[in-house]
Design a protein around this ligand. Sequence first.
Ligand code: BDR
Ligand code: CA
Length: 306
Amino acid sequence: MSKRPIIIDTDPGIDDALAIAIALFSEELDVKLITTVAGNVSLDLVTENALKLLKFYEKDVPVAKGCAQPLLAEFVDASDIHGKSGMEGYDFPEPKTELLLQEHAVNAMRRVIMESDEPITIVPIAAMTNIALLFALYPEVKSNIREIVMMGGSVTRGNKGVMSEFNVATDPEAAAMVFNSGVPIVMAGLDVGWKALVMPQDSEEIKKMGKVGDMAYHLFKHYRGGSFNTGLKMYDSCAIAYLLCPELYTVEETYVGVELNGTMTTGCTVVDLKGYLKKKPNAKVCTDIDGEKFREWFKQSISRCI
Ligand code: BDR
Ligand code: CA
């Protein structure tokens, strides 16, 4: 069976680092391109982090730098969660700068999508600024996209605002453009991210799983996405888990809108499970995950890395 071609749009980011590792070492995925966007920390830092990860993982995947700020919203990072560098806690090797393309992420995505014989899956695990611009500038790409499988949004409450999840809240207008794009969407949001936990005993096991496991352990000690003692949230791995292990999830097809004019709720994903809005479904929403099975899947996936 041929590997499924994907593009990862990311802002590494401690949980991004793990999601990227799992995708790169999976036998079922072919990571064609990694694009970066300002999010957890600045665009320069997340791009450097992506290049450091590739050097550390010994993988030669091209990287293209994307947008430094959201379309309209003011940029606010998440260095309180991921540390000042975005990947605090591990002494990474120098970034592999040769992998950095001269093209902007939006142009690189267009090229990779249009050149692919097989429809590409886009995996945004960060704010969707690049993807929104891609659709605005080059709508022709939509015909060669299989689906978008994102980590973002929430059926219930938020982690950035009362009702808004970080990736959507960082660039709500971009997220709205993506949800309205007509491209098939899978949303793995906080409802599953909050249950996709790595517990302390898992971290201890992971520490012994080669150099990626050791790195993960040290990053986990600095990660504020949950607590080392009561469970760390592997948000971004939820998108990769959907691609590799969809049976972990309960999924409902429904309409998702993004609140853009709220006085307190801007960036909230309005997931219309009961059909109040009388709109056609535009997304498959992961409403639940088997947390125990996720933990096993996650550990097994890390054990397959170097
Ligand atoms: C999302 O926000 C970021 O901090 C994480 O990397 C993840 O993509 C979770 O809300
Ligand atoms: Ca992320």
